[in-house]
Design a protein around this ligand. Structure first.
Ligand SMILES: CC(C)(COP(=O)(O)OP(=O)(O)OC[C@H]1O[C@@H](n2cnc3c(N)ncnc32)[C@H](O)[C@@H]1OP(=O)(O)O)[C@@H](O)C(=O)NCCC(=O)NCCS
Length: 380
């Protein structure tokens, strides 16, 4: 095969199909998102996070006994080596939770019993383990930085309920548990988004699961990707603190050519189907918790941005007010995204390694013309 490049990739690889995958179906024009062919709306209405994990990892819905077994495996993996808790305690005060999560997940490989294995079954075991451990790390770090004791996991609880217990030190209400459970389902996978692509690129070098997930967390952190939900809440907070009009605030941002976090999407040209659910959750939780202002502000901003810029709210816009109403701090919003997306990342790593080839694209060279000769330093 020729080593010459033959195509010119669009900026940001927009529209480029980079792999085949059986995991996630997206129709950007129709606003459809489906895991293994099952529409996200059906999953949000009827499924739960553990079942969604099974679907992503094993390719089909589980039987009752298969689901029970996975629940037991996830619950059994609710443990962290004491060295990881020490690492969390030693993180500098200036560290943000996403940095701590990235570093702690990298360190998890030291204590993983399957560390040196990269076969299918070992990677499924790592997927189960990482899903339980990431939730524990996010919650434990929040407790540690607030000077609160780390909470013992409850293996009888669902993944969502156990996470809220570890975070808040008390069992959540069934409303809060279900709200988080749905949010976890909605964020679980999204095809070749930036972090998943990063995970697949790393995995394809035959590196290891922990390296792939560390790459993914680094990519998720950015405000153009998972970091957007935190940026949304910072805007809502500023508007609330200053008593500003939400529309005027956003107009001011646009006048300064700033992007409004939580709006726009590379793939969806219509409403992001995940935003549909999160909008409803934000409204319902706002009402039931007596804090409807975050939803009301969000709604005004959404109406304005849609009319003025023809941009739709994405998954991050209403997850901000939803998570805040669940009592989650704003700098934990992106880590909570990771608590869910670990299921999709690991499913993609497993799929990549089941039929692997190194991912190594080419660049369209636009630098100085070749040959551009070396000039000795004294003659420059
Ligand atoms: C998601 C996102 C990164 C997609 O980016 P993209 O496909 O590269 O699209 P671009 O950034 O090139 O945007 C295309 C146009 O829409 C505008 N636009 C896109 N998102 C915008 C936003 N949130 N606010 C204001 N304008 C926006 C851009 O300014 C650009 O306008 P121009 O053509 O006049 O320069 C982008 O919409 C964005 O930055 N959104 C805010 C961050 C966010 O919510 N990220 C989470 C995604 S789930």
């Amino acid at each position: 095969m020729s080593s010459m490049t033959t195509t010119h990739a669009p900026k940001g690889l927009e529209g480029i199909v980079a792999t085949t995958s059986k995991i996630c179906y997206i129709d950007g024009d129709g606003g459809v998102l489906a895991y293994r062919g099952i529409d996200i709306h059906e999953l949000a209405d009827h499924s739960n996070f553990e079942e969604t994990c099974y679907l992503l990892w094993f390719g089909q819905l589980p039987t009752p006994s298969e689901l029970q077994q996975l629940r037991e495996r996830l619950a059994a993996e609710r443990k962290l080596d004491p060295a990881i808790i020490t690492l969390l305690r030693n993180a500098p005060r200036t560290a943000v939770p996403m940095e701590v999560l990235r570093t702690a997940v990298s360190a998890l490989s030291f204590y993983d019993p399957d560390d040196k294995k990269n076969d299918h079954d070992a990677n499924v075991a790592k997927a189960v383990r990482l899903t339980s451990q990431i939730a524990m790390i996010v919650a434990a770090y929040d407790r540690v930085r607030k000077g609160k004791p780390v909470v013992e996991p409850d293996r009888s609880l669902s993944h969502a309920a156990n996470f809220l217990l570890l975070l808040n030190g008390e069992r959540p209400s069934s409303t809060a548990e279900r709200a988080l459970d749905i949010a976890l389902i909605l964020h679980a996978d999204h095809e070749l988004n930036a972090s998943t692509f990063a995970a697949r690129v790393t995995a394809a070098t035959l590196s290891d699961m922990h390296s792939a997930i560390t790459s993914a967390i680094g990519a998720l952190k950015g405000p153009l990707h998972g970091g957007a939900n935190e940026a949304v809440f910072r805007i809502l907070e500023t508007i609330d603190r200053n008593g500003s009009d939400p529309v005027e605030h956003v107009k001011g941002m646009l006048a300064q050519k700033k992007k409004i976090p939580g709006f726009g999407h590379r793939v969806y040209h219509t409403e992001d189907p995940r935003a549909t659910h999160l909008r409803g959750m934000s409204r319902d939780l706002g009402c039931s918790s007596g804090q409807p202002k975050w939803y009301e502000m969000s709604r005004k901003i959404e109406e304005f941005v849609k009319a003025a810029k023809r941009l739709n709210a994405n998954v991050d816009f209403y997850s901000a007010s939803t998570y805040h109403t669940l009592g989650i701090d704003e700098d934990l919003f992106t880590p909570v995204f990771a608590v869910s997306r670990i299921s999709g990342w690991t499913a993609h790593v497993i799929e990549q390694l089941d039929d692997n080839r190194l991912i190594r694209p080419r660049a369209d060279y636009v630098g100085p013309e070749y040959p551009n000769h070396y000039v000795p330093i004294g003659k420059r």
